[in-house]
Design a protein around this ligand. Structure first.
Ligand code: KG4
Ligand code: ZN
Length: 355
């Protein structure tokens, strides 16, 4: 089964062709990602209107490249998948409308994909991970702990009450005069910093509900930075190191609570799976490894280019749904908001769909 996948929900214009064999194995034939980072850098964040226009300008070319690299024509694919939300609505409209046009002209089924579902299922593309597994999704827009029980069967265990973790990294970088996106910059600075110099809070520590809260941490960091301004290079490094250490400890504690809730509600997970840009952080990866070790399960972290936004994850989610006979009508509406739990799954019993 061959599926074209299109991703335009944020600041990456991406398209990919992915194959899913009958036994559920995945293979990426092409995966083209065009980042708009340089177009948004001057603003210190993604500007929705600029993003939507950039998607319009680039998408046809990116899709053409993905098809050419895969060596396939539209007539050879079995379905067209596009991220239909959640995300910046202008971009979502661009990707979904393009997918509808390709599907209509070539008489192929459309699969409207929830962007979060695509992140959730990536571990099955890269590591054939079996259900049920615990997903830690941490990106610029999302921070969630989920029980992934089957295609279309997701249960939210915990999320953030305010900022997403990636967003907290980005805001910290902005406050300290580092570039955008902030995560990689903060990580780099933290390497030469003293993580014990500033005493920052560990919000929600010890609470049984696996919720996150990052805004108090961000405010504490700002107050510490203001108290010693102007900042030397070493001050910036020490603030980054102290911030990252606090985030890592928060993730450790919150995931422990999440795993406990997972086991109580859904039994033992087969794996701890990480997704989203924050999983590119080495210190975060180390703590995820530790959590997995503590629970005697494996850690699955897809390669960096599949953790951040890409077309292959959309194509793969499309293939997983298509394999279950799940397609969508051409009037499917784009959605700015689309919680994972609202997703329609197959009408079979959970646990019966690990095909
Ligand atoms: O998944 P992603 O590419 O896009 C979405 O937000 O959907 O994630 C981007 C986020 C940004 O907030 C970025 O600062 C963060 O992931 N990030 C990192 C690192 N690399 C990217 N955060 C911490 N450490 C990193 N190395
Ligand atoms: Zn994403």
């Amino acid at each position: 089964m061959l599926v074209l996948g299109i991703e335009t929900t944020c600041d990456e214009t991406a398209a990919a062709v992915v194959e899913r064999s009958g036994d559920g194995q995945g293979r990426i034939l092409s995966n083209i990602v065009l980042s708009q980072v340089s177009e948004h850098a001057a603003f210190g964040g993604v500007v929705p209107e600029i993003a939507a226009r950039a998607h319009v300008e680039a998408l046809d070319r990116i899709i053409g490249k993905a098809m050419a690299e895969a060596g396939k024509s539209f007539s050879e694919i079995d379905g067209v998948a596009a991220a239909a939300g959640p995300g910046l609505i202008g971009g979502v409209i661009v990707g979904l409308t393009t997918a509808k046009a390709i599907a209509l002209v070539n008489d192929k089924p459309l699969i409207a994909i929830n962007h979060l579902e695509a992140h959730a299922l990536t571990a099955r593309l890269t590591a054939s991970t079996q259900f049920p597994y615990c997903l830690f999704l941490a990106s610029g827009g999302h921070t969630q702990i989920l029980a992934v029980r089957g295609v279309g069967d997701y249960s939210l265990l915990g999320t953030t009450l305010d900022d997403a973790i990636g967003e907290a990294f980005d805001k910290t970088a902005k406050l300290l005069g580092l570039g955008y996106p902030g995560g990689p910059q903060v990580e780099k600075e933290a390497l030469r910093g003293n993580a014990t110099r500033f005493t920052l809070p560990r919000p929600m520590h010890g609470r049984p509900e696996p919720q996150f809260s990052l805004s108090g941490l961000k405010t504490a960091l700002r107050l510490d930075a203001e108290a010693i301004a102007p900042l030397s290079d070493q001050d910036v490094a020490d603030l980054c190191a102290s911030f990252q250490q606090a985030v890592v400890e928060v993730i450790h504690d919150r995931l422990r609570a999440g795993m406990k809730m997972f086991r109580a509600r859904h039994g033992a997970p087969t794996a701890l799976v990480a997704a989203g840009g924050v999983a590119a952080n080495e210190a975060v990866r180390k703590i995820l490894q530790r959590v997995a070790f503590e629970h005697g399960i494996k850690l699955v972290v897809p390669p960096g280019e599949l953790c951040t936004d890409n077309g292959a994850m959309i194509a793969w989610a499309g293939a997983e749904r298509l394999a279950l006979g799940l397609t969508d009508p051409l009037d499917f509406a784009p959605r700015a908001r689309w919680p994972l739990e609202d997703i329609a799954g197959p009408k079979t019993k959970p646990g019966m769909m690990d095909a």
